[in-house]
Design a protein around this ligand. Structure first.
Ligand code: SF4
Length: 402
């Protein structure tokens, strides 16, 4: 049985690993005149950028000036990098792709949460995205679109980003899984999302990053790891590793592999159910590994890294929100010394799940706390802008079909 599960898990991981990157366009973009085979700035480590600059006759410190413009000053338009020579600005504009996503939608909630729907399309934009028009009126066909969200909670500015195009897991309550997996994002595309969020009006410096957008980050571990290195690097976004959270639905082998990652990031397990029966009903990948196997892997994470795990638990009215479910969950949390984050479900149109009422959420928390489990209810943010994972993309796709 375990062999069977391990085989399933390998297949699940392989589904992510095999996912094709968005096809590259060769030649020159008719829109920008830029070479479409040109490197994507956000895919380059500073050392590689230094090398690239050196090969083109630029001085070594030019690379440092460029990363300073992008990561410190949030400017990705080489023509505005005024301390570079005119020749270097023009050369950069022709031979380096800075931002490669187009903003399809940008919504701002009454609580300040901002959400971007991005299309990773052919061609490249070399313009500072802050000056790009928002194309609310023209929904494009679903495909190659991801979402990212900026959540302000003073003094924090949290970027919630995607790791894949679509999601292979297909949780029954989540719009991101509709349509399955379209591809993996590259490290550069993952980092570029944080850049776009950092350029939004009134956004202070991004202080936290959570991989809780579209996709299963551990099924795209190579790109996610590379992206984290740049997000953390002092020359990059300079975000403390502990303020970077990778949230997984759970692949025991990948969790064990991730224990060796050199940076002390935070791991969250999206458990969402108190037992295997309920979990299999709402998360198809629960067929690949039992809660017991997941908790074993989490226990190993705790002992090898010394860092606690957070259990994420989305409360679905009438499905997993009873007091006896809270008691079961408390047992799991105590076994691996985990904190619990409770999330009240945000309804997604067309999905058969309901948001539980406040009283039952509070009672659920109380049961966990009575059993000594550190439990928080995560505030619902951006409910008025379709902030639930994948919801905005889903709405655009529905609008396109009409
Ligand atoms: S909840 Fe997460 S893992 Fe599940 S389908 Fe949505 S994005 Fe994928």
């Amino acid at each position: 049985m375990n062999d069977q599960r391990e085989g399933n898990e390998d297949r699940a991981e392989a589904a992510g690993e095999r996912a094709q990157h968005p096809p590259q366009q060769h030649g020159e973009s008719p829109e920008t005149g830029i070479d479409c085979d040109a490197p994507h700035f956000f895919s380059l480590h500073r050392d590689a950028l230094r090398e690239w600059c050196g090969e083109r006759g630029m001085q070594r410190h030019t690379a440092d000036q460029i990363v300073d413009w992008v990561y410190r000053k949030a400017c990705a338009d080489p023509l505005q990098m005024t301390n570079l020579s005119k020749r270097n600005r023009e050369l950069l504009a022709q031979s380096m792709r800075f931002t490669t996503a187009r903003r399809i939608d940008h919504r701002i909630a009454t609580d300040g949460t901002q959400k971007l729907l991005m299309a990773w399309e052919r061609g490249a934009s070399n313009t500072d995205p802050a000056s790009l028009p928002v194309l609310n009126a023209a929904p494009v066909a679903s495909g190659r679109q991801t979402e990212c969200v900026m959540i302000p909670a003073d003094p924090r500015r949290t970027a919630c980003i995607s790791s894949q195009l679509g999601c292979p897991v297909g949780c029954r309550f989540c719009a991101s899984g509709i349509g399955g997996l379209e591809g993996n994002l590259t490290a550069g595309q993952i980092i570029e999302q944080v850049f776009h969020l950092s350029t939004l009006d009134a956004v202070e410096r991004i202080s936290h990053v959570v991989f809780m957008g579209m996709g299963e980050p551990l099924a795209n571990l190579g790109a996610v790891s590379d992206a984290i290195r740049v997000l953390h690097a002092e020359w990059g976004f300079g975000i403390s590793a502990r303020r970077i959270t990778v949230s997984t639905v759970g692949l025991p082998t990948a969790i064990r592999r991730f224990c060796d990652f050199e940076l002390p990031v935070t791991l969250a397990l999206s458990l969402h159910a108190p037992n295997d029966e309920i979990r299999r009903n709402i998360i198809p990948w629960a067929d690949f590994s039992t809660i017991d196997e997941l908790l074993d892997a989490c226990d190993e994470w705790f002992h090898r890294t010394g860092r606690e795990i957070t259990l994420e638990y989305i409360l679905l009215g009438g499905v997993n929100d009873r007091e006896e479910h809270a008691a079961e969950l408390a047992e799991h949390a105590r076994r691996i010394h985990a904190n619990v984050n409770l999330i009240r479900y945000n309804e997604v149109r067309g999905m058969p799940f309901q948001r539980p009422n406040s009283d039952s959420v509070l009672r659920f928390q109380e049961v966990l706390r009575e059993r000594g489990v550190n439990t928080h209810i995560r505030a619902s943010r951006g409910r008025d802008i379709a902030a639930a994972c994948g919801q905005l993309r889903h709405e655009h796709a529905a609008a396109t079909r009409q």
